[in-house]
Structure formats: structure tokens, C-alpha cells
Write a new protein. Structure first.
Length: 480
């Protein structure tokens, strides 16, 4: 018999239904930057991977796609509070007459987008191109495919990760903002999934971390090639090498899956299995691969340097003219934007113009407290002092790096706080933040309210249904 619990309610009811809401009810291009993301995935599906020129890059594209991209009513939805014109939209949604005549399409604004982040969407579009569906229908199909793909990817990670860390993974994926992004045309989808995979690999990586964060001597030797006797025979532990390969491959894909500016650049420092010397060697090896993955970021820098409202040189001068300016900017940005970061981490949708009701945000906040207080780590899972410091410094440096880049390349001169950073950029941080917090809550004896099993199930169901209904109402009320 199916035993109801909070994790199972979330896994098999809340997550699938919210994925359907965000996949089907949200009109095309009404997720952050979904239009250019759709364009990039479409270009990749047609074999156009790179920009060949610095300016005026054009490719031939069917007019049916150009007409959709330039649809006036979708543009009004994006930049205003207007509702979706159902009569026009349904007519185009069911239209089977498609204009396949080719026209020139400029792709300069797509040059910096990372190719790897759009491969699932591009492959889906390539397969759908052999059917008779129109461009609007393809958007909904790809959203559904991405939602299903990421959901089963998450289920695999949830099954593989140690039981003590399951709630961390579950809470991060359950956030409405996470579900909103993984069911869309967005580089955030793969970026988030790679970050969850990286977290699973790190906390599951043998040998155990142990108190003090140092590896046992026999464990360190287990992954090092051993030379024995006069024959110089090499004895290699391929299982350990495979685990390191998975860790570094996932890390590389994570860092390569987002364009320059909003990746957690210093996250790779927190490789728990390493001691200091192997970490330094591994970092030196990894740096060149990371910068190779970011070559396309030069298009972003070129755009910022030529944009009329952005002047990176002026912003850099402001920061270096007085060392205190960096600290002032960071403090002011954090104080002014922290409530927005929290709210948009849980979920502010569309083009940051609508969200959930206050009670829903409170429920997700209570779920966060539940995760922090419910997780009980074993002695081997508790980080040592040095690793806790390393994790804390890693998170702080990553935050500073993101805010500084936003201030230099995305903030008009005259603004004293960084602009453009959203809470969803910190979703990859969240599992590591929770991991850090639970290190300090293990010795606290929490006074939990005792509730009967039957009443507990009723409360779970009511909360789950409430979150589903409010999510549906929030999306429906915005567009219909």
C-alpha cells in the first residue's frame, strides 16, 4: 500500500502538476529571455552552431519561425500587463498552413549563448521538424519534453544520493522557480540539473569526508597509481578514476552551460575529496578548460562595451578609485536586493511581473526550515572545520563575483547598487548553502510539535493542493 509522506507527496503530485502548469499554461516567450533561447535552440537544430563574423551574422530561416518571433501580441505580453488574445492565439495554434519560404535572420544577439545548454531542446526541435506541427505547437512540445527529461533526471539523482541528503535535493528541485526554468527554453535548465548532479557526486564521493575534512591515508593511496617491484608494474584503481572523471566532467559541463557573467566560477574549489596539494594541481589543470569553454563570452563583453546605457570602463574606475567603493556597493546591493533575491529564488515569473501569494512564499520558507531541522548527518558526513571554512568562502566569493560582474557589465553609470541579478541565479548555490547550515544544526535539539499520523497526512495534502491551486491561479490570472 502506498504510504503517504511529505517527500512522496512532493515527488509524485506537487512537482508533476506544477511542471504541467508551467509547461502548458504559460504562453510562448513568457519566461525569462525565452524568445532568444528558442531562437538559439532552433539555430542549433539546423546546424548553425557559431557566429562567423563580429557583426551582421545572418542565416536563412523559414518565415513561419520569423513570423512567430515577431508576433505583436506576444511582444505586448512580454513588455506589458496585457492578456493573451485567445481568439488570435488559438487560430495560430491550430494553423496547419506553414510558410517555409526562407528569409534572412540576424543572429548577432545569439552569439554568446552556450551551445551545450540547448542540445536537448535542439534535438527535440530537430525530431519535431519531421512532423507536421507548427512553431507554436513545437514550443509546448519541447517544454513538456524538457520537463519530463529533467524530472526523470532528478528522480535518478534522488535515488542515488544518500538518504541524509535527499531532502536538500528535493527542496531545491521543488522550488517553483526551478520547475519554471527546467520546463522552458533556457540555458538555466541544464545549468540547474548539472549543479544538482555535481552536488550529488560531491556528497556521495567516497572515501567519507570524516571529521576534519581530511582523507584517510589508505583512502588517498587508493586512487593513486601504485608502482611495485622491479617490473614497474602499474596498478590503477579504475573505479576511483571513473569517479573523479564523473566529478570533473559534470563540473566542466556545469561551468560551460551558462554564458559568462552568472556562473558560480569559484564553486569548483569545493571539491570535498581533495586535500590542498591535489586540489591545487587539479585546479591548474582545470583552468585552461574552463576558459576555453568561455571563449564565446567575448560577444557579451563586446555588447557591453558598445551599449549606450552601459559603460564598464566607468564602472571599473568607480570601483578602483576607492577600495571602499567595492565594499559599499556589495553592502548596498545586498541590503536593497536581498528580499527580492529570496522572493525570486522561490519564484517571480514571466518578465519579473508576477509571482505567488504571500502564504505560498511562507510555506516554502517553512519547508526550508523543515529541511534544515530534519536532516541528521552521520559522523562521517559532518565536515571538518577547514572544509566548512572552504565552503563558506567559496559561496561568498561566488556571490561577490556575480554581483561585481553585474555592476560592471549590467549597471548604468550613476547606480550605486548592482542591477540585473535575480534569485534564480543562486539556485545552484542552494544545496551547498543548506549543506553548510546543517553542519551547525546537528547539535541543536529541536522541539518538534507532535502531530498524529492521520492529521499529518491531511495537513500534507492540504498544503500540497494549496500550492498547486495558487500556482495555477497565479499563471492563469496573469495571462487569461
Amino acid at each position: 500500500m502506498f504510504k503517504l509522506s511529505l517527500p512522496k507527496l512532493i515527488l509524485y503530485l506537487l512537482i508533476p502538476i506544477q511542471l504541467l502548469i508551467f509547461s502548458i499554461l504559460v504562453p510562448p516567450f513568457q519566461k525569462p529571455d525565452e524568445q532568444p533561447h528558442f531562437e538559439k535552440a532552433l539555430l542549433i537544430s539546423k546546424g548553425n552552431l557559431f557566429c562567423k563574423e563580429k557583426l551582421n551574422n545572418t542565416v536563412p530561416l523559414e518565415k513561419k519561425y520569423i513570423d512567430l518571433i515577431k508576433a505583436p501580441y506576444l511582444d505586448l505580453l512580454t513588455h506589458g500587463k496585457s492578456k493573451l488574445p485567445l481568439s488570435i492565439f488559438i487560430k495560430e495554434l491550430t494553423n496547419d498552413k506553414q510558410n517555409n519560404q526562407l528569409a534572412s535572420f540576424n543572429i548577432d544577439h545569439l552569439c554568446s549563448f552556450p551551445i551545450i545548454s540547448y542540445l536537448p531542446q535542439a534535438l527535440s526541435l530537430k525530431i519535431l521538424a519531421y512532423s507536421n506541427i507548427n512553431p507554436i505547437q513545437s514550443i509546448y512540445f519541447v517544454r513538456l519534453i524538457m520537463g519530463i527529461f529533467c524530472y526523470f533526471w532528478f528522480l535518478y539523482l534522488y535515488k542515488k544520493i544518500a538518504d541524509n541528503f535527499k531532502l536538500i535535493l528535493l527542496f531545491t528541485f521543488t522550488l517553483p522557480m526551478t520547475l519554471h526554468q527546467v520546463s522552458s527554453f533556457s540555458y538555466d535548465a541544464l545549468h540547474i540539473m548539472f549543479s544538482l548532479t555535481l552536488f550529488m557526486l560531491i556528497v556521495s564521493f567516497p572515501p567519507p569526508i570524516g571529521v576534519g575534512g581530511r582523507l584517510r591515508r589508505e583512502s588517498r593511496q587508493s586512487w593513486i597509481p601504485v608502482f611495485t617491484g622491479m617490473t614497474n608494474k602499474v596498478q590503477i584503481n579504475w573505479i576511483e578514476i571513473n569517479k573523479y572523471f564523473k566529478l570533473f566532467l559534470t563540473l566542466f559541463l556545469f561551468l560551460a552551460s551558462k554564458k559568462i557573467g552568472y556562473e558560480t566560477f569559484f564553486l569548483f574549489l569545493f571539491l570535498i575529496p581533495f586535500e590542498i596539494k591535489p586540489m591545487i594541481v587539479s585546479s591548474l589543470i582545470f583552468f585552461p578548460f574552463y576558459f576555453l569553454s568561455k571563449l564565446t563570452g567575448s560577444y557579451d563583453l563586446q555588447y557591453s562595451l558598445t551599449a549606450s546605457t552601459i559603460n564598464p570602463l566607468v564602472q571599473i574606475y568607480i570601483l578602483i578609485s576607492n577600495p571602499l567603493n567595492v565594499l559599499i556597493m556589495l553592502i548596498k546591493t545586498t541590503i536593497e536586493r536581498f528580499p527580492f533575491y529570496l522572493q525570486s529564488l522561490i519564484g517571480i515569473f514571466g518578465w519579473l511581473e508576477y509571482g505567488l501569494d504571500p502564504l505560498s512564499y511562507l510555506i516554502y520558507g517553512l519547508l526550508f526550515v523543515y529541511v534544515i531541522t530534519d536532516i541528521k548527518l552521520t559522523k562521517k558526513q559532518i565536515l571538518g572545520k577547514n572544509k566548512n571554512i572552504l565552503l563558506f568562502v567559496t559561496l561568498i566569493i561566488s556571490y561577490i563575483y556575480i554581483v561585481l560582474l553585474a555592476f560592471v557589465f549590467n549597471t548604468p553609470p550613476g547606480q550605486t547598487a548592482a542591477q540585473g541579478v535575480q534569485g534564480r541565479y543562486f539556485i545552484p548555490f542552494l544545496p551547498f548553502i543548506i549543506l553548510l547550515l546543517v553542519q551547525f544544526t546537528q547539535k541543536i535539539k529541536w522541539q518538534k510539535i507532535k502531530i498524529g499520523e492521520g492529521l499529518q497526512k491531511i495537513i500534507f495534502v492540504i498544503l500540497g493542493l494549496y500550492l498547486i491551486v495558487t500556482t495555477f491561479y497565479s499563471v492563469f490570472n496573469r495571462y487569461y
